[in-house]
Design a protein around this ligand. Structure first.
Ligand code: ZN
Length: 95
């Protein structure tokens, strides 16, 4: 089994389901951004390996497993490049 469903905190105090498949790196989310296929903070939390939005602490093991798999995947370097590009753009705007 390569799919894990992790509960990620929502800003309203509830949570959203993020079903992450570490074989295909597809993540299904039931937040509004996820339903439109947009990137959002619930997905970002996996890319950043930031457990602060975990709704259930006992999911830390699965969360860490996903983050590690993601870190080794090509999609993560694309994400890192994008973040660096956005930072650069932001710097240029402030000049
Ligand atoms: Zn989301």
């Amino acid at each position: 089994m390569s799919s894990f469903t992790i509960l990620i905190k929502s800003s309203s105090g509830g949570c959203y389901n993020v079903a992450f498949d570490i074989a295909t790196f597809k993540a299904r989310r039931d937040c509004s951004a996820g339903m439109f296929g947009d990137f959002c903070k619930h997905l970002k939390t996996f890319f950043e390996a930031d457990p602060s939005l975990l709704f259930q602490e006992d999911q830390l093991g699965d969360f860490t497993r996903i983050c590690k798999a993601l870190k080794n995947a090509e999609i993560h370097s694309a994400y890192a490049e994008l973040q660096a590009g956005l930072k650069d753009l932001d710097r240029q705007k402030r000049r």
